[in-house]
Design a binder for this molecule. Structure first.
Ligand code: NAD
Length: 348
């Protein structure tokens, strides 16, 4: 048996990654579509043999509650729309897989968590990196303290963007610029591999004056996070430089480096440690997987076996709390303390 998915939003990520990956899944399958563009939906439905009665518009979306084939709704819309479609989907009695960032404010994240809890449906935020083998391996090596204690972590996720009319450059739809879109990977992955929550952040933010791409959302953010164990993470994100997606963890007796850390494929994990007077540098070979397939089959397994996901709504809320603190720090020009209100054992 495979769990039936409805995909909401037929943009780049849905059409190029998620829907093709659903076809390779072992525990998940595409059974319905939701789109604001009926013509596009007709073409996609034809390609993937989706019945006309399983195609919904944003207006008819609530009728999905009458479709027993749909067990999970995967929300792949612009960020500001995640909340509405999560809440309507939960009210329809369906489990929700929601793209990152979860929403544009911590209040919205909390409403989404509450709506899913009230409807007794599962909510998972699609943090594919937490299910990706190289990132998981790095986390495992750090937790085994192979190189002693972690002292410092440097993470960067940068790319260039060109279209000022895209929703990613509109504050109301995107919530922010580089930080919630791609900087979030540095933030979330750092928390994931360290297995710790920061208690202070300090940030700089900048947008080149006059650049039409950055009239509403920021071009770059550079921030530091201080963790209770004494680890400092130094993170950066930029919307206007050549692609660069890596992190390096500096430990007492060696370092670990992950190149293409947040990319869809091509991760390269290496480590170095002293070897007498020399340095031993080694690549750690790990087989690649399709990240979207892995993530969806993981969530289907949670649905089939009634398990709470590893990245539930609280994980998205925690990142939102931290992003708001990062923006506050950049605005005020001073560190912001994090008072953590989320229960530590929220992960499934
Ligand atoms: P996209 O612009 O390619 O697609 C967005 C879809 O939403 C389109 O089909 C568009 O028609 C629809 N839409 C509905 N209302 C809209 C409006 N008012 N303005 C613009 N589009 C509207 O975006 P995408 O890259 O597919 O991103 C969708 C979501 O997926 C975002 O939340 C993004 O952060 C997330 N995402 C995640 C990953 C990942 O690796 N997990 C990668 C890319 C995007």
């Amino acid at each position: 048996k495979r769990v039936g998915y409805a995909v909401v939003g037929l943009g780049h990520l849905a059409l190029e990654e998620i829907i093709p990956a659903l076809h390779m899944c072992k525990k998940s399958k595409l059974v319905a579509l939701v789109s604001g563009d009926p013509e596009k939906m007709k073409i996609v439905a034809g390609q993937y043999a989706i019945k006309a009665e399983s195609c919904y518009t944003y207006q008819t979306y609530d009728q999905i509650k009458n479709n027993p084939e749909v067990e999970v709704i995967y929300i792949v819309l612009p960020n500001s729309m995640h909340k509405e479609f999560t809440i309507r989907g939960a009210k329809a009695g369906k489990h929700i897989l929601c793209e990152k960032p979860m929403a544009n404010s911590k209040e919205d994240c909390q409403e989404m968590i509450d709506a899913c809890a009230a409807a007794k449906v599962k909510l998972m935020v699609a943090y594919r990196i937490q299910y990706q083998p190289h990132n998981r391996k790095l986390r495992e090596l750090l937790q085994a303290k192979e190189f002693g204690n972690v002292k410092f972590l440097e993470a960067s996720n940068c790319q260039s963007s060109a279209n000022p009319d895209h929703w990613r450059h509109k504050k109301k739809l995107a919530g922010g610029g580089a930080l919630p879109d791609i900087g979030l990977y540095c933030l979330n992955t750092t928390r994931f591999v360290l297995g710790e929550e920061p208690n202070e952040v300090f940030a700089y933010q900048y947008s080149t004056p006059g650049n039409p791409l950055f009239t509403e959302v920021e071009e770059m953010v550079s921030w530091q996070m201080k963790f209770p164990s004494g680890v400092i993470a130094s993170c950066s994100t930029h919307y206007n430089v050549h692609e660069s997606r890596h992190y390096r963890v500096l430990c007492e007796k060696g370092w670990l480096n992950l190149d293409k850390a947040y990319a869809y494929k091509g991760q390269s994990l290496s480590r170095a440690k002293p070897d007498g007077k020399l340095e031993l540098h080694e690549n750690i070979g790990i087989a690649e997987v399709n990240q979207f397939m892995t993530e969806m089959d993981y969530f289907s397994d949670c649905v089939m076996n009634d398990k709470k996901p590893f990245t539930p709504g609280e994980e998205g809320l925690q990142d939102q709390i931290l992003m708001e603190a990062i923006y506050q720090s950049a605005k005020e020009g001073k560190p912001v303390r994090i008072v953590n209100t989320i229960k530590a054992d929220y992960r499934g």
